[in-house]
Design a protein around this ligand. Sequence first.
Ligand SMILES: [Zn+2]
Length: 291
Amino acid sequence: MREVIFEQTSVTNFTVQEFGNGNGPIVAVTAAVHGDEQTAIHAAMLLMKELEQQTINGRVKVIPVCNPASFRNRTRVSPFDGIDMNRIFPGNAEGSPTMQLAHALWLETRDAEYLIDLHCIGAGGTTYTLGLYKEYPEIRELAEALSLPIVIQSSGVRGQLFVESCQAGQKALIIELPAGQPGGIIDIPAAEECCRAIIRSLHHLGMVDASPSGSSVSFYDEITTLTAPHPGLFIPKATAGESCVEGDLLGTFEGNSVIAPFSGVITTVSPPRYCFAGESLAGIAPLEKSQ
Ligand SMILES: [Zn+2]
């Protein structure tokens, strides 16, 4: 038998890069659980370059492409079985290819005290930290250490790597980054800032000397998504990352105003396009209600 290899890229393995000396916390950084989320991949690549320059107390494990088949396919889900991997953790060693992959990733990240999972929100989105900060004070602290300006409470849908990791006693959250969809596009400045944010968190944990400056942090409640009530043309009039007050114009849908239903921060605004019923026009998160 001869094996004919026509492309170097393997789609049934993933690479783990490790940095540090092991005398401190273990931090896992994962990207491309959804393979088309390339701003996340690029942030992980930049982070690995930066970590090569640093003396690290502890260990940082970076998995820059968690889902190689969906990366190669430029799709959110794996072409093997169409399963959204970030709904099925901890996976299943006896299951479909994506179930097995999730299980392998789960095992690979069990030794980490902290887990930062990098994702993308798509074109028209902005960077934010997403976590269960209300349930876990340590997540609030980690989000503050990242010093990205927007922190949003997650709805905590089960099967996500960070949610299941929190359930398992780890300190885990997501950084959502702009772009990714469509087609795996990269927002370069967002990837660079994400890399700096992770370095800031490592500094907070006493793992690196470098301490790039960050932003003050605001905490928000869960996102409300405004969706198209029927097919029609959406034209954006606002930009993700901006604050809004109730009544602000976010865009027009079939010529009618789409307004902010409450004050908060805009997390996404659809690019101009003909939308179908149920598709997202904009996302808004209200400031955290005072305790
Ligand atoms: Zn994702």
